[in-house]
Each structure stands twice: as structure tokens, then as C-alpha cells.
Write a protein that binds this ligand. Structure first.
Ligand SMILES: C[C@H](O)CC(=O)SCCNC(=O)CCNC(=O)[C@H](O)C(C)(C)COP(=O)(O)OP(=O)(O)OC[C@H]1O[C@@H](n2cnc3c(N)ncnc32)[C@H](O)[C@@H]1OP(=O)(O)O
Length: 797
């Protein structure tokens, strides 16, 4: 259709303050054409294609998601200038190449903006000069033809057009807040005018996109068509506008969807209250509301300027840096050196078996059937099997109740699940996930059976959270296909999947499981084999530090409060209650056996267990629980703490200098034997008093710096390939606040020297638990960040 002109070689304006910018290098012309080198440097472009019908089709091209780099944005402006200049162009259609409109502003450019390494255009250039004064104010109408996705800046470009045609499945949204910023190309002003203030705030504050069909209902999209008809319909629509057959709407000045001032004020008030309650540590959602409000009160142009200023400030904030780090770290977990770069293609997994229908097994089976995998659920008897099947059913039904699944879809999904009491039906499965209790000999027997019944290509995965996989597979000769698939409870909801490889697991099997992980919508992190892997190893010192503090005098509820305020979903004691003391103690035993030198052996939990307290399930743990599972502090807990103190020799007498003797002998509680501590050291009254009066900052550091210390060990041992994988593991497995960037990213914000000094100081008082590891000591001595790659780590992979 028509003549095609790519824009790489045509510059009409240079909006940048410094024309010799990094960006301009990619657009500069050498003898009328960009050199090959310069072309290769360009990060995306637009093309313009003028048809015989007089419609200029401008296509955004920047794979994989047509993000809006500065190159693309400048090229968009140039394409527009050309289309507006040319007499043979009557109207304009903007679209994205290969079925994707645009994934928004190029997030990889944020770093350059933050450090000032990329020259930015003059203030307000994109949102005002380009989108408002060129696109929206043009004397030729524009229609956005949206397929795939129009997110962030992508949707903002589309909203500056005079109409939007979309496919029913396209995703439209302004997810900027999940990156710690607000929309910066006019979205805060145009979205409320297209869909109303309430809906616009909801879309921005939750960062959730809407599908084309919903967008149509909301008025964000003017017409829905199939992908095949998208561009032709948009062309017709644009020409209809030229001929006055369809309205030509500038979204920025629309007022019909706006509420009255009084109503708007109420909506803003409600929004702010909700933000303060749900995200008390975050500023940018409040800024977003302020910016929308400015536009409503002072007019959209004032709103655009306020948006620009706020965006510039937020993009440089620590929150934005942390969230952008998390964005890329999450996508980086599937890039595993010497595994995903070998050119291996994932094999097709047609059928999966899950062994064990308990909480974990049924959750895993739910996650699998939800992604259309046929699943066999195996149990040891009819009763357990039925209970397992019922759990999966209940998981799915809860989705129906919440309106997330139709009854018809429920029936189809549930029919993918079959029960089994033996291994006969395992003869054609491609993957088995064992999810039985943490019992080594039971697991060994199961894996030996699996080797007999499953086909030789079948992936043999274990959901163990702590047990060494070499031990699990020791009675087989299938070590190359044994792998850990460690889900987090509830498995159908929690987003993380720890993929544990031994030094014998084949790369093909890892690639296969990564693919299954992606299909069941998990974020997989590949880790090496050791007790507790990455997440539980980091979790362990978290609870331990909390117990140590409590035994030394800090109020347990104060600890939970401080930790929640820091941004964790719950404090360590509330978490132990939720997980249950049984699981907590079983896990602790693994650590005591494997890392005795850095285990703090508290008796608080075993003493409580002795009194039939086991956490939330018994309605009594560190908290008391009512019928609605609401937790309230229990003054009785004090007595267990005091008893534990007397056992461990920790005294609270302020006048005397006490010796912390440690335990001698062993104490048997139920089936649990806590081996006596060999560690003995001193602590002073002064320290007790300090601990009783710790500031929130101290509490946070005494809880999380041991976690950092363990994360450093995990990294140094090669259990995690990249520090960023530990960031994702901490955010998705532990609930570490993403806006702090994950455990290693946060640690680097404090500095290795500072962390080392703090831990060293506490270790002198409290012993081995706080002792900084060699890796931390080395990084501190070198003044190096903890997240810098480990060059010669003894990789266990
Ligand atoms: C001024 C403006 O208001 C500011 C903005 O526009 S900020 C940007 C707003 N946009 C967003 O937040 C969207 C972010 N992207 C996403 O949510 C998802 O990537 C997506 C829904 C677009 C695609 O998801 P999916 O198909 O699962 O692919 P996903 O693996 O996430 O991304 C594919 C690749 O595109 C990259 N990518 C996605 N969106 C990008 C963006 N906006 N900028 C740069 N790269 C992006 C990813 O990093 C990934 O790269 P990789 O293959 O090298 O790892």
C-alpha cells in the first residue's frame, strides 16, 4: 500500500537541550543516510506508510514489546510532522508492529534518566509538545489501532489520538505505579476524562490493565474488531472523522465523564485513605492522586505540568530504582548461565503426576490444572485421596465464588484431575512432583518406585523444602532427571517456584521445568542444592533473630509491629503461628543439624508446644485467634519466654552481670529433642537494657542483617547464580517489600561496611549467630557492593 518511508533518516526537530546526546547519535545523518553502525545503535523507530486512501499508517517498531525509547518517541514526532505536512495525507492511524501496540516507555532507559547519562528532551516535550500540541491538536485526525497491549506510555499515546479501535483481548492499562512512578505522558489527565475519576484511580493505583472488551464498556475504546480487521477498520474510522461522520474527540478536554467538584473531592479523600492504609510506606500513589486532582481543579494543562514535575522527581526516587530493579530481576531469573544459553528447547509436558494430596500437593495440582495440565493425584488410601481431590475442588470453587472462574470452566478444569492409589497410571507421565511429608526414607522409597514405573524421560521432581536432593534420589540411578520443584504455600497462589538442581541434574530437565513454571504463571528461580535452598536459608535467621531478641528482653509484639511497618506482610511471630509450630520446629531441626555454629537455640517454641500451643490451627500461638482468625496479643506468652530465659541462662536482673551459659544436656519435648548448645558466651545487663529499649531501626537491622548474612553465604556458595535472584526469592518467597528492591539490593543501600560492622559488634555480645561470613568480610574490606558477581565462587551447580 502506497509508498513507504522509514523515518530513521529524517530529522525535522531536535528537542534535546544538547544535540550531541546519546540518542541523537543514533539518528544523525551521514551523507543523507544513517550509517550502519548508527542504525544499529538506534533503539526502535517508527515507520510511516501513506496509502492511496490518504491515511498515513504510523507503526511503532521496537521489539519485543514496542517500548517507547527516546528514539521511538523522536521518530514518532518526525512521522507526525511528515504526515501533517504532506498534502496526500488526510488522516493518521497509529499502531504497533507484530500485534503489539506498545508496552510503554522504555524501562531500560530509566537508569540513564536517573544517572543523567541520557539527555532528556526539554521539559514537557513528550506530553505537551508531542502528544498534546502535535498529535491531539492536529488538524488531521488520528486513530489508535490497538492489538496485544497498550500499557503505560503506549496507552498514553493512544489516548492522545482522537479515537481508539481495539481487539477484544488487547490489554490496556497504566501500570506505572508498580514501577514507583506515575504516568508521565498525560495519562493522569486523559484517563479520568475518558473513564471517570473513580475507575481511572482504580486502574492507576492497582496497575491492573483491562481487556479490550472492558475498555470498550468503559469508553476508553470506541470500537472492538478482530485483529485481521484492525488496521482497515481504523483507517475507515479515521476517514469517517475527516468526513464528519464520526466525532473527533480530544480526550484532554472531555468533561462528560467527570464528577462534580464535591463528588471528586470525596473520591480523592477515599482514595488517599485507602492508599495510606494499604501502602503506608509509599509516597507515589498519593502523588498520583494529587496530580489527578490538580487537573480537575486547575484544568488539564496545569495537570500536565504537575504530572511532568512529579514524574521527574519520582523517577529518581529510591522506590522507583528498587521497583525497576525488581522488574528486570524478575525477568532475569529465567536466564541461567550454562543452561538457558545452550539452545535447548523445552520438551512438551503433556501429563503430570502429583504424589501427596495434602496442602502442598493439592495446591500444586490446582496450579497445574488451572494451566490446563492433565494431572494424576496419588495418595495412599481412599480417604486421603478423596480429601486431596476435595481440596483441589475447594481451591477451584473459591475462584468461582470470587467471580474469577465460570461454573463451566470449573467443571472443565476439575475434569483434568484424576485420582490414583498406585503407580499404574504413571506409565505415560512426563513429570512427577512428589509432595509428601519431609521424611527422607519415605521420599527415597517413592523415588525408587518412580524409577520403576515412569518412562525414562520423565522428570522426577520433589517439593521438599529442606532435604538434600542427592539424599532423596540416593536409591535411584536417575540423578540426571531429579530436580527440586519447591512451591510455597498456598501453591496455587504464591508466585515463586524454587527450582533446585543438583550437580547431576541435566540442563534439559531444568529448561523443561522452567517452561512448566512459566506456563503455570510462577516466577521460577533456579538454585543449587543445599539444606533449605535459598528461601528457607534466608528465612531461618529471620525467625531466629526474633527469638534471640525476645529472650534478651525485646517485646515480641513490638518486633512484629516494627517488621510490619518496615513492609513485611506480617512479623516473624505472626508468621510462625501461621506456618504452625510443628513445621517450624521440623525445619529448625534441619538447620540445627547442618549449621550448628550459627543457630540460636531458643526453647520458647518447644515450651509452648508442650502446652498444646501450635499456632493458628490451635487458635493459640504467640497470639490468640478468634473465629475469624483475627490475632490478638496474649499476655500468657510472657511466662514461656521467662521459662526459656531461665533455661538458656539469660537473665533480666538489671543489677547483675550475667553469664549466658547455654544449655547443658538435652531436653525432650514430645518427639522432639533439642540438642544442647555448645555455645556459651556473655551478655551484660547493659545489653539487656539496650535490647529492651531498641529503636525500630535497631530491631529491623538485628532481624534483617542476619538474613543478609545468610543471603551472602548462599550467594558465595553459588547456591544462587545472581544476587538479583536472591532479591526475587526474598520478595516472592518471604514477602520482603519489593519497593526496597529485595534483600541484597536493600543491603547495598546500607553498604557492606556498615552491615559488617553492625554484625561484628553484635557477634561479640551474642555469639556465632551474628558472626559476619567471610564473603561479607571480604566485600566490606574492599568496600564492594554485596550484589557484585561472585567471580570464583565454588559453584555447587
Ligand atoms: C511515561 C510513561 O508513563 C512511563 C511508562 O510507560 S513506564 C512503562 C509502563 N509499562 C509497563 O509497566 C509494562 C511493563 N511490561 C510488562 O508488564 C510486561 O513485560 C508485558 C505485559 C509488556 C509483557 O509481558 P510478557 O509477555 O510476559 O513478557 P516479559 O518477559 O515481561 O517482557 C518481554 C521483554 O520485554 C521487556 N519489556 C517489557 N516491557 C518493557 C518496557 N516497557 N520497556 C523495556 N522493556 C520492556 C522485558 O524486560 C522483557 O525483556 P527480556 O526478554 O530481555 O527479558
Amino acid at each position: 500500500m502506497g509508498i513507504s518511508h522509514t523515518q530513521t533518516g529524517t530529522i525535522s526537530t531536535d528537542p534535546r537541550s544538547d544535540a550531541r546526546s546519546v540518542v541523537s547519535a543514533s539518528l544523525r545523518i551521514a551523507g543523507g543516510k544513517a550509517t550502519v553502525k548508527e542504525k544499529n545503535m538506534a533503539k526502535g523507530t517508527t515507520t510511516i506508510d501513506v496509502g492511496a486512501d490518504g491515511v498515513a499508517l504510523i507503526t511503532i517498531i521496537n521489539p519485543p514489546v514496542n517500548s517507547l525509547s527516546f528514539d521511538v518517541l523522536y521518530s514518532l514526532k518526525e512521522s507526525y510532522d511528515q504526515a501533517l505536512r504532506r498534502d496526500d495525507v488526510k488522516a493518521i492511524v497509529v499502531t504497533g508492529a507484530k500485534g503489539k501496540f506498545s508496552g510503554g516507555f522504555d524501562i531500560s532507559a530509566f537508569g540513564g534518566v536517573q544517572t543523567g547519562k541520557v539527555d532528556q528532551p526539554k521539559p514537557g516535550y513528550i506530553s505537551i509538545d508531542v502528544l498534546t500540541d502535535t498529535v491531539e491538536a492536529a488538524r488531521k485526525p488520528s486513530v489508535a489501532a490497538i492489538d496485544g497491549l497498550a500499557l503505560g506510555g503506549g496507552l498514553e499515546v493512544a489516548m492522545a489520538c482522537h479515537a481508539r479501535i481495539s481487539t477484544p483481548t488487547a490489554q490496556l492499562g497504566l501500570p506505572e505505579l508498580q514501577l514507583g512512578i506515575i504516568p508521565g505522558f498525560g495519562g493522569t489527565q486523559r484517563l479520568p476524562r475518558l473513564v471517570g475519576i473513580s475507575k481511572a484511580l482504580e486502574m492507576m493505583l492497582t496497575s491492573k490493565p483491562v481487556k479490550g472488551t472492558e475498555a470498550h464498556g468503559l469508553g476508553l475504546v470506541d470500537s472492538l474488531v478482530s485483529p485481521n480487521e484492525l488496521v482497515s477498520s481504523a483507517r475507515r474510522w479515521a476517514l469517517d472523522m475527516v468526513e464528519g461522520k464520526r466525532p473527533w474527540v480530544a480526550s484532554l478536554y472531555k468533561t462528560d465523564k467527570l464528577d462534580s467538584f464535591g463528588e471528586a473531592r470525596e473520591i480523592f479523600k477515599f482514595g488517599r485513605a485507602q492508599v495510606r492504609r494499604q501502602a503506608p510506606n509509599l509516597q507515589h500513589p498519593l502523588v498520583c492522586i494529587d496530580v489527578v486532582e490538580t487537573g480537575i481543579i486547575s484544568g488539564p494543562r496545569a495537570g500536565l505540568w504537575k504530572e511532568f514535575e512529579s514524574f521527574q522527581e519520582l523517577v529518581r526516587s529510591d522506590t522507583c530504582k528498587s521497583l525497576v530493579h525488581i522488574f528486570f530481576a524478575q525477568r532475569g531469573t529465567t536466564k541461567v548461565p550454562a543452561v538457558t544459553d545452550l539452545g535447548l528447547k523445552p520438551r512438551r509436558v503433556n501429563k503430570v503426576a502429583v504424589i501427596g494430596g495434602g496442602l502442598m500437593g493439592s495446591g500444586i495440582a490446582t496450579a497445574l490444572v488451572l494451566s490446563n495440565y492433565p494431572v494424576i493425584l496419588k495418595e495412599i488410601n481412599e480417604k486421603f485421596l478423596q480429601a486431596g481431590l476435595d481440596r483441589v475442588k475447594a481451591n477451584l470453587q473459591s475462584r468461582v465464588k470470587k467471580g474469577k472462574m465460570t461454573q463451566e470452566k470449573f467443571e472443565k478444569t476439575f475434569s483434568l484431575l484424576k485420582g490414583a492409589l498406585d503407580y499404574e497410571s504413571f506409565r505415560d507421565v512426563d513429570m512427577v512432583i512428589e509432595a509428601v511429608i519431609e521424611n527422607v526414607s519415605l521420599k527415597q522409597q517413592i523415588f525408587a518406585d518412580l524409577e520403576k514405573y515412569c518412562p525414562p524421560h520423565c522428570i522426577l521432581a520433589s517439593n521438599t523444602s529442606t532435604i538434600d536432593l542427592n539424599l532423596v534420589g540416593s536409591k535411584t540411578r536417575s540423578h540426571d532427571r531429579i530436580i527440586g520443584a519447591h512451591f510455597f504455600s498456598p501453591a496455587h497462589i504464591m508466585p515463586l517456584l524454587e527450582i533446585v538442581r543438583t550437580n547431576k541434574t541435566s540442563p534439559q530437565v531444568i529448561v523443561d521445568l522452567l517452561d512448566v513454571g512459566k506456563k503455570i504463571r510462577k516466577t521460577p528461580v533456579v538454585v543449587g542444592n543445599c539444606t533449605g535452598f535459598a528461601v528457607n536459608r534466608m528465612f531461618f535467621p529471620y525467625t531466629q533473630a526474633a527469638l534471640l531478641l525476645v529472650e534478651h528482653g525485646t517485646d515480641l509484639y513490638l518486633i512484629d509491629k516494627a517488621v510490619t511497618k518496615f513492609g513485611m506482610p506480617m512479623g516473624p511471630f505472626r508468621l510462625v503461628d501461621l506456618v504452625g509450630f510443628g513445621v517450624g520446629v521440623a525445619t529448625a531441626m534441619q538447620f540445627i543439624e547442618n549449621f550448628p555454629e550459627r543457630t540460636y537455640k531458643s526453647m520458647v517454641i518447644p515450651l509452648m508446644q508442650e502446652d498444646k500451643r501450635a499456632g493458628e490451627t490451635t487458635r493459640k500461638g504467640f497470639y490468640l485467634y478468634d473465629d475469624k482468625r483475627k490475632a490478638r496479643p496474649d499476655p500468657e506468652v510472657k511466662k514461656y519466654i521467662e521459662k526459656a530465659r531461665s533455661i538458656s541462662g539469660v537473665s533480666v536482673d538489671p543489677k547483675v552481670r550475667h553469664r549466658w551459659r547455654g544449655l547443658s544436656g538435652s531436653l525432650t519435648i514430645g518427639c522432639l529433642t533439642i540438642i544442647s548448645s555448645s555455645v556459651s558466651h556473655f551478655f551484660s545487663t547493659q545489653h539487656f537494657q539496650q535490647l529492651a529499649k531498641l529503636s525500630e531501626k535497631d530491631i529491623i537491622e538485628m532481624i534483617f542483617l542476619p538474613v543478609v548474612n545468610e543471603a551472602c553465604r548462599v550467594f558465595a556458595e553459588g547456591i544462587a547464580v545472581k544476587a538479583a535472584d536472591l532479591d526475587i526469592s526474598s520478595v516472592m518467597g518471604m514477602g520482603f517489600p519489593p519497593y526496597r528492591g529485595g534483600i541484597m539490593f536493600w543491603a547495598d543501600s546500607l553498604g557492606s561496611k556498615y552491615i559488617y560492622t553492625r554484625l561484628e559488634e553484635w557477634s561479640k555480645t551474642f555469639g556465632g549467630f551474628f558472626k559476619p561470613c567471610a564473603f561479607l568480610a571480604e566485600r566490606a574490606a574492599a568496600g564492594a557492593p554485596l550484589s557484585a558477581p561472585v567471580e570464583q565462587a565454588k559453584s555447587r551447580m
